[in-house]
Design a protein around this ligand. Sequence first.
Ligand SMILES: *Cc1c(COP(=O)(O)O)cnc(C)c1O
Length: 375
Amino acid sequence: MAKNIPYGRQSIDDGDIAAVVQALKSDYLTTGPKVGEFEASLSKYVGATHAIAVNTGTAALDIAVGALQLPEGSEIITTPFTFVASANCCLYNGCRPVFADIDAKAYNLDPDAVKKKITKKTKAIIYVDYAGQPCKIDELKEIADSHGLKLIEDAAHALGAEYKGKRVGSFADITCFSFHPVKHITTGEGGAATTENAELAGRMRMLRNHGIDKTPSERATYEYDMKMLGRNYRITDFQCALGISQLSRIAGNLKRREEIAKLYGKLLSGMPITLPYVSPDVRHAWHLYTILLDGKISRDRVFEGMRKRGIGVNVHYIPSYKFSYYQKLGYGKSECKVTEDVYARILTLPMYHSLKDDEVATVAKALKESIKEAR
Ligand SMILES: *Cc1c(COP(=O)(O)O)cnc(C)c1O
């Protein structure tokens, strides 16, 4: 086996490097003009009015929940089949995440399961566009509207994804993105929240900067006020310079991911697995390419077989309620039935912009062999 193939990786070109160097040589390393420029390009791309760039996707989720100003002890319904940050942001803000089950096809929050979890304390829903496939947003919106709930879209997987012909970024009250290196575009670490609501945008800007109402450039004198308990979630100018450059190449990145998904579909057909389902309502952004192994095959043995062959397969995700921290908070070990079944059988194959066709073929061959060994 030549070099290892990871499950995801960034793609950095000479233009990215030049943009970062230029920012490093400028007068501003942080809170300078590149932050606003990046926010403007991002909001334009996703079709949102306001964008607030921060230093991680997790920070974006934290300020999103914080901006809703929910009463202590509020319940927020979310999916367990995601990265832990989607639920942790509730706990940061004194709210309790309530896990609702996913649907067996797209692995996204099942609107019927959400309905069953609504109580008097429920104040919001955080839905995650798993793997880059937007949720049943219209159904979730209808539930939110009829129960007076706020909606946060964790679109960490879904930059560039579309729902019913419109790009993700303005469907929910707040949409959150991540620019971690495995995501579609990267700023090293980074994230952003977008919204149509000026009040929410203002609060998120304050929460990013200690809860202070003015940045230094907005101050006429030394005076400023701290209005909320915020954090320092600021992102640097050189990261935003990278983000602007990366975002300018997003179309090619999405197109390549679509090609890879198609090629996997062709090469993996006939194997004892279920290929990813794509709803006719969406343009899938293909952050992840996951397969579901048939019941009799041990996922863990296939995982080992793939890793042995230098293929960086992964499992997305261990259901959040299973972690010892959540167990100590009193969550059940197997709260959600569909999630449990999918978790036991799912495997993430490599998917990233620079993955070559022959590497996709190598992955497919390794999968065939690993499944044979695992039977
Ligand atoms: C990556 C990710 C996050 C967090 O993003 P960071 O930038 O790593 O903090 C949140 N939610 C989901 C679903 C993610 O995949």
